[in-house]
Ligand binder design. Structure first.
Ligand SMILES: [Fe+2]
Length: 425
């Protein structure tokens, strides 16, 4: 084995652009880095490594290449499976604040959800899909995302088990379009990817309801039937007047996996269309975090961990890493248990520290509903009654201890609660 493949322990002060950092001297969850294996891309990352670590472990080859020379262009992560990377063409910024957008976003979400429900029930009875109306609804969603994507990202965390398929289609629409925005794709592609997300699972409407909603495990035949939803989706969409090829592509290919172990055609990495690779990641994330007839949704971090583990084998490496960065450790709408046992809802991430979001505390340490909710900005290091700085213990799924995101959003969960200091005074 070449020495180049070994990792080398170096002081964090020697970190340079282009180095491939394999691991840190502390758990990566405790740092500001979203991923434990990454190529140093800019000076901010160098500064963060120097601030947060004493030592780092870098790949031997990249150390030899970049160890002595600063200001080089970043290297490609070596040894990775084929990736569908596309150069960002645009940098989008949120034009308005989330508190301004949330009202409009709720309206668009409501309309889009009823649209998704009616598309799906229409297909079940053989009705023609109104593609123009569907585009209009998706455009409305994308308009909201372009103004401020946090608002719809919150709403996409609402979970109603009974309306899984419609909610899932809408969430995949929202997250796929938000992801395309994050990737810097042109606006027309963001709209098209949103549409592909909305229609990716229409084939499930050809699967009998008793199989689709079965609360126990499927028989091999039922499982096979379920997997056929990809082909059904292709057939349904191809038969619709004015349908777009990309939407057909995504419906047919969103369960294909890079290593050829997907379905229906066992395509390999470079045979899978880019949009299908993108939607596959979003679809997996939403499915894992959703409540199903047979299981409760898992925490966002668990889903990201799975996507991270299967990057390069099932999911496109670069897309998986970008998606993880977009969602973040504690995305808005996450429900978290604090070190005190109190439970809160994340209302905003702090760009400076992924572990220190703003949280509205809704349950006390005994899990009793708080009459007066409190806003904690963890970046300001608020302290509990014993003088200990507040930290997050763990993320818990929606509905845990009776905390339902939807109820709180309907109640107008915005940032207008008193902070801990204001509450005490
Ligand atoms: Fe699917």
């Amino acid at each position: 084995m070449s020495v180049d493949l070994f990792e080398i322990k170096i002081p964090a002060s020697e970190a340079q652009l282009g180095m491939h950092v394999i691991r840190l001297d502390r758990p990566w969850e405790e740092t500001d880095f979203m991923l434990q294996g990454f190529v140093v891309k800019d000076q901010d990352e160098i500064n963060a490594l120097r601030e947060q670590c004493q030592f780092i472990y870098v790949e031997g080859k990249s150390y030899k290449q970049y160890g002595q020379v600063a200001d080089r262009k970043p290297a490609q992560a070596p040894g990775r499976a084929a990736t569908a990377t596309r150069t960002p063409q645009f940098v989008y910024i949120n034009k308005i604040d989330v508190s301004e957008e949330i009202g409009k976003a709720r309206e668009s979400y409501k309309i889009a959800k009823s649209m998704a429900t009616s598309i799906l029930s229409g297909i079940r009875i053989g009705k023609t899909l109104d593609i123009n109306k569907t585009k209009e609804v998706v455009d409305d969603i994308v308009d909201s995302l372009l103004r401020n994507d946090d608002a719809l990202m919150w709403l996409s965390k609402i979970r109603n088990q009974d309306e899984y398929t419609a909610e899932h289609c809408l969430n995949v629409c929202i997250l796929s379009a938000a992801f395309a925005k994050r990737l810097g794709l042109p606006e027309d592609e963001i709209r098209l990817i949103g549409l592909c997300g909305m229609l990716h699972d229409v084939g499930k409407m050809k699967v009998p309801l008793e199989v689709l909603n079965k609360p126990t495990s499927l028989t091999p035949d039922e499982f096979e039937l379920m997997r056929r939803h990809a082909e059904f989706g292709r057939d349904i969409l191809m038969s619709q007047p004015g349908m777009l090829n990309k939407a057909v592509d995504v419906a047919y290919n969103h369960h294909e996996r890079l290593d050829g172990n997907g379905y229906p055609r066992k395509l390999k990495a470079n045979q899978i269309p880019y949009y299908a690779k993108l939607v596959a990641i979003v679809d997996t994330y939403d499915a894992i975090t959703s409540n199903r007839s047979y299981s409760r949704g898992r925490a966002s971090m668990e889903a990201l961990d799975i996507i991270y583990r299967f990057r390069g084998t099932q999911f496109d490496d670069e897309l998986a890493k970008e998606f993880i960065k977009m969602i973040g450790i504690y995305p808005p709408g996450s429900i978290v248990e604090l070190h005190t046992g109190e439970v809160g809802i994340v209302v905003m991430q702090n760009p400076k520290s992924k572990l220190k979001p703003k949280i509205v505390v809704v349950l006390d340490a005994q899990k009793r509903k708080l009459e007066q909710k409190i806003l904690l900005d963890l970046l300001k290091e608020p302290k509990d009654s014993t003088g200990k700085i507040y930290t997050i213990n763990r993320e818990i799924p929606d509905g845990s201890f009776g905390v339902k995101l939807q109820k709180h959003l309907e109640g107008g969960l915005i940032l207008n609660y008193p902070t801990l200091d204001e509450h005490k005074s």
